[in-house]
Design a binder for this molecule. Structure first.
Ligand code: BES
Ligand code: ZN
Ligand code: ZN
Length: 462
């Protein structure tokens, strides 16, 4: 939808370009147009950072980054652009240019096939200093395309996306990349003793799946585990009507790990990555798991399921057990795990909990690519409350409302070795965006943490 070409500025700085026809002076790199100035330039529309003005070759976006990062700035430009435009921006290095292009590619609305003609194709001609005109941005373009495809997948309503369908979508997105894909159906899950995924999927006529994606770049091994509930009704512990809206997004964690491995394989990083997508639809029915049922997870631990709405931790328990068996250098799981994450951190920050290097690695990686991630503790007393009389642990403490995000993480910790470098990312807040677009995040699915995980793999590969 968004296509980009580069054009060389005749001078060293793109900002030295003169559009004398348009009647304004060369723009300094720190140009932040005032409303009055924009009006004087004949700008058609204005915002704090962008003005669309007539130039010699049609519309020109005159821009001042106004304190925004180049990436966020590119995203603002993408949202402002209604027609094909030339863009002049304060870019001096290749890294800066790639960030700007990433913003242009990620900032737009996510396509949907359920609404006709919602998106106009827009092409950008980005005017850059002559030495940057041959910059190869094909990988930036490809990865941004993958992130948009993942957003589309996350946005799909549950009547269009169920566990097997998501497994097939994962396969087709991985086609052409050096990624092995295995799909475990319900029989294989039974044979592999994946009692968590099976118990969550039991209530649905659309059976659960596990997708295992493997990329062999050599070197260190990262295991990624994603929560993939294609719809979360809560099961027999049924959610109230308002709480159920948006639960089509409950597979975002699995889509995130898919997006990450696609990106890592596209870059050909020297690292081994295994991604486990734990897929089920959480439905109430005559065959559903009942509160009080005891199930056995892949690693042999038994769980008393006191609330069937705390299902994410059950499917992740199997995925984490499988990951742990291979003794990877790092395990990272991603999940829309708890409503409590939103209460604690709001709708823009993801929470990270865990032990070992992985926590610091995720924080540093997220910060490097401007994604919002905040560390939360793993208090031991929040594990004790999950003790059960009849099983190794319970999936919730009935009546407890304190520290729900950390309680969820403490449950998961039972399925990872203490010495293992492990990070749990709770993305319940930022996985989707109901409000106005911000930064590179459009409305709907955000695709958050994909770029952080790719960055993390890059750091581990070095
Ligand atoms: N999928 C939800 C968490 C969620 C809530 C994600 C809101 C995004 C927005 C999860 O499966 C869930 O229902 N968690 C329960 C846990 C509770 C029963 C301990 C919750 O948060 O209420
Ligand atoms: Zn739930
Ligand atoms: Zn859920």
């Amino acid at each position: 939808m968004t296509s980009i070409s580069l054009a060389a500025s005749p001078s060293k700085s793109a900002f030295a370009l003169r559009y004398s026809d348009a009647g304004f002076d060369p723009v300094a790199a720190d140009f932040a147009p005032s409303k009055d100035a924009l009006t004087a330039y004949g700008a058609k529309t204005t915002s704090a950072t962008v003005a669309r003005v007539p130039g010699p070759k049609g519309n020109v976006l005159v821009v001042g980054s106004n304190g925004l990062s180049l990436r966020d700035f590119g995203a603002v430009v993408r949202r402002e652009a209604l027609t094909d435009v030339s863009l002049v921006a304060a870019v001096e290095t290749e890294a800066q240019l790639l960030q700007l292009l990433e913003g242009l590619l990620l900032g737009g609305k996510t396509p949907t096939r359920f609404k006709k003609a919602t998106l106009d194709p827009v092409s950008f001609e980005v005017v850059v200093p002559a030495n940057l005109v041959t910059t190869d941005f094909s990988r930036t373009e490809k990865i941004a395309g993958q992130i948009v495809a993942i957003r589309e997948l996350i946005n799909l309503p549950a009547n269009e996306l169920w566990p097997d369908k998501l497994a097939q979508e994962a396969k087709s997105l991985a086609t052409g990349l050096p990624i092995d894909v295995e799909v475990w159906d319900e029989n294989r899950l039974e044979a592999e003793r994946c009692g968590g995924i099976l118990s969550v999927g039991k209530g649905s006529v659309r059976p659960p799946r596990l997708v295992k994606l493997s990329y062999h770049g050599g070197g260190k091994h990262i295991a990624l585990v994603g929560k993939g509930i294609t719809f979360d009704t809560g099961g027999l512990s049924l959610k109230p009507a308002e709480g159920m809206v948006g639960m089509k997004y409950d597979m975002a964690g699995s889509a995130t790990v898919l997006g990450a491995i696609l990106g890592i394989a596209t870059l050909g990083l020297k690292v081994n990555v295994t991604a486990y997508m734990c897929l089920a639809e959480n439905m109430p029915s005559g065959s559903a798991t009942r509160p009080g049922d005891v199930i056995t997870i892949r690693n042999g631990k038994t769980v008393e399921v006191l609330n069937t709405d705390a299902e994410g931790r059950l499917v992740l328990a199997d995925g984490l057990s499988l990951a742990q068996e291979t003794n990877p250098d790092h395990i990272i799981d991603v999940a829309t795990l708890t409503g409590a994450a939103r209460i604690a951190l709001g709708d823009r920050y993801a929470g990270v909990m865990g032990h070992g290097d992985a926590v610091k690695l995720t924080l540093e990686s997220a910060s490097a690519v401007d994604e919002l991630l905040w560390e939360m503790p793993l208090p031991p007393e929040l594990r004790t409350i999950l003790d059960s009389e009849i099983a190794d642990l319970a999936n919730v403490k009935i009546g407890n409302r304190a520290g729900g995000m950390m309680v969820g993480a403490q449950f998961l910790a039972d399925f990872v070795n203490k010495e293992t470098s492990w990070a749990h990312l709770d993305i319940a807040g930022p996985a989707n965006n109901d409000a106005a677009p911000y930064g590179v995040i459009p409305k709907g699915a955000s695709g958050i943490m994909i770029r952080s995980l790719i960055e993390l793999a890059q750091r581990v590969a070095q």
